[in-house]
Design a protein around this ligand. Sequence first.
Ligand code: NAD
Ligand code: IPM
Ligand code: MN
Length: 362
Amino acid sequence: SRSYNITLLPGDGIGPEVVSVAKDVLSVAGAKEGVELRFREMLMGGAALDAVGVPLPDETLAAARASDAILLGAIGGYKWDSNEKHLKPETGLLNIRAGLGVFANLRPATVLPQLVDASTLKKEVVEGVDIMVVRELTGGIYFGQPRGFGTNDKGEEIGFNTEIYSVSEIDRIARVAFEVARKRGGKLCSVDKANVLEASMLWRKRVTAIASEFPDVELSHMYVDNASMQLVWNPKQFDTIVTNNSYGDMLSDEASMITGSIGMLPSASVGESGPGLFEPIHGSAPDIAGQDKANPLATILSAAMLLKYGLGAENAAKRIETAVTETLDSGFRTGDIYSPGTTLVGCKRMGEEVLKALDSQK
Ligand code: NAD
Ligand code: IPM
Ligand code: MN
């Protein structure tokens, strides 16, 4: 039997609630396929700030690097919102992504038939939607220099950031996206703002150049403002989307509502080598933290992505996906995906139901 070391980073708010549930699911699904998982929990985000004064302790990054895969809950909260930048939970998150070199963030938005009624959009619009957003994760305006605060020539206070992409950064994320599109519906839409921004002009030029390596994939380009509109108007036109760090952040939250809830969307962040980082796309949801209300399915589905993309344990991943759809078939819903006629449950109970579904699998 194969054995792997998994770093758990529960983080803040609902993070510990959803990670605790997903850990049990991961364990059981792995065991059923002869994959033994050993877990080590480390400090990250606000929890790390409170305990040791930094959002990403050296030991956390070292443990993450030395492990086979990392499962992260969420970080952040009101308490740390006015901290200086280097003492923000969010800085810890950006630093672990950069530190692991996980430049490609896969965010699938799949409408499950059981949840068609959970979306605020019409059934005929969302039914059958299956989109993969490939978000560049370690570059762009999140990391560009120069950045900071200063004073302009009128003596007024300013804040500034730099949107910057190099050819190699664009080429490598484009190649990942073309590979992903090739294994899916064969269509890739690159989203940018090439009508205004130089970083986007280079983005479009390079994505177009890389397309010649993938003649079997149909490439299109769209401006980000239009893409935001098209996602709501006719989401079924999209197969795979590739975009920069910041547009990918926004478009994936928007895409999550097509599926019914942000509480459903998992993600996988991978680099050229080394362990992958797996996390739901949602945040720490301080408004519902500590109330056992969080939907754990985004984290449970991130655990499935960990098995599939992180450990190559496709069968174990499939078990989790099946257990999730079976749990939804049985009518269990957290508040964010509740509709009349279904059974309202909390975070823990939802986890128990997924475990039951796993247990009853052959
Ligand atoms: P959020 O995603 O935490 O919450 C937005 C809304 O969605 C809230 O109403 C919340 O209750 C709801 N929600 C989110 N996840 C849910 C779940 N699993 N089940 C049910 N409802 C859910 O975004 P926000 O409020 O803008 O940010 C809160 C904090 O989280 C901030 O500090 C932010 O920086 C941080 N954040 C962290 C991550 C991350 O760790 N990857 C991602 C996004 C935001
Ligand atoms: C996400 C989050 C993060 C991001 C924040 C918390 C830094 O919104 O994972 O989507 O913007 O990448
Ligand atoms: Mn986000």
